[in-house]
Design a protein around this ligand. Structure first.
Ligand code: MN
Length: 334
């Protein structure tokens, strides 16, 4: 891919110009965003490129088994020393818009130059510094290609057990363990290469998908028994209030992934989980089967994502109003 080559050249040039590369994965960080960003951070540093990875949220408990987490900079306030003196460039990873950077948005927009490396469906025409491949199952596939390009140009070995573990966790996250429809021959080819570094596949899969908690178990029981099915069972919906979370003694991490069980119910084309947050915003998660494009659906509400997995945030509505609105809009498209 031409864009990858250009990005690799640009990153390597930072060694001469003494620029810092600041890596920005999307907010509400997931396994692909974090694994990809960290793998790239370590690779750049190994090349002698000054690089940093600022986050404005703690690493979710589900991802706390990943290696090299101590290399992350936790932002507090607006000042971030690596970016306050000297020229630096922003590299968005698993994210194409600064609006998806949460509290880091303002910081990212101060960069002298901005690049993106992403696999989400772009919401505007990509520019010359946007390296976007929507056929990639995970941003990690693009980071892998970038690392290979960097290795090729410098004749240095960058892939090793830690970087391979990070990339594998990222691939597994975004493909549901190599089962979602985004999984391609190339995904397996990369995974096969990563296995050369003696990584613990079983541990990664267990931590990402199977490890549960008592709170999660209670939450699943509650949401599954209260789930509402509409349009002859084609839409499955669950709503979650702060009270629900409190009753179940569950955390946001416990809610993660529960939606895919709703989508798996026979006949369901669209699964929706609405989570009323303490601040009054409603976070909406959408999953679909083969026919319904949830990325376009979310786009109507200012959200986005992928064709089979997307999300959006609604404000100034009650949970019931939001649920009714989504059901009505979905009905028009089904
Ligand atoms: Mn991703």
């Amino acid at each position: 891919m031409k864009g990858i080559e250009r990005l690799a050249d640009r990153l390597l040039a930072c060694r001469q110009t003494d620029e810092t590369v600041c890596i920005f994965p999307h907010v509400n960080i997931d396994g692909d965003a974090l694994g990809s960003a960290l793998a790239l951070l370590l690779s750049l540093r190994a090349l002698g490129v000054r690089a940093c990875l600022p986050l404005d949220e703690p690493v979710p408990a589900k991802l706390d088994f990943l290696p090299a987490l101590d290399q992350i900079s936790l932002l507090s306030g607006s000042a971030f020393p690596p970016c306050s003196d000297g020229r630096w460039l922003a590299l968005l990873v698993d994210c194409a818009q600064t609006i998806r950077l949460g509290q880091r948005q303002a910081l990212s927009e101060q960069a002298a130059e901005r690049w993106t490396l992403d696999h989400h469906i772009p919401r505007q025409q990509p520019g010359s510094q946007d390296v976007i491949d929507t056929s990639a199952a995970a941003a990690a596939e693009l980071v892998y290609d970038l690392i290979l390009a960097l290795e090729h140009k410098t004749r240095l070995v960058l892939l090793g057990r830690v970087v391979a573990t990070l990339l594998m966790a990222a691939l597994i996250s975004d493909t549901g363990g190599f089962v979602y429809s985004n999984t391609k021959k190339k995904t397996f080819a990369i995974a096969s290469q990563l296995m050369d570094d003696d990584i613990n596949l079983n541990e990664i899969t267990y931590r990402l998908f199977h490890r549960s908690s008592q709170g999660r178990l209670r939450l699943m029981g509650r949401l599954f028994s209260e789930a509402r099915f509409s349009y002859g069972g084609r839409v499955a919906m669950a709503t979650v209030s702060p009270q629900t979370m409190q009753d179940c003694q569950a955390t946001d991490d416990d809610l993660d992934g529960i939606i895919s069980h709703l989508r798996d119910v026979a006949g369901v084309e669209l699964a929706v989980v609405l989570r009323l947050q303490a601040e009054g915003e409603i976070r909406v998660n959408l999953r679909s089967g083969a026919s319904f494009d949830v990325s376009r659906f979310a786009g109507q509400f200012g959200g986005g994502g992928h064709a089979r997995a997307a999300g959006m945030t609604l404000t100034q509505l009650t949970l019931e109003e939001a649920a009714a609105l989504i059901l009505q809009k979905a009905g028009e498209l089904l």
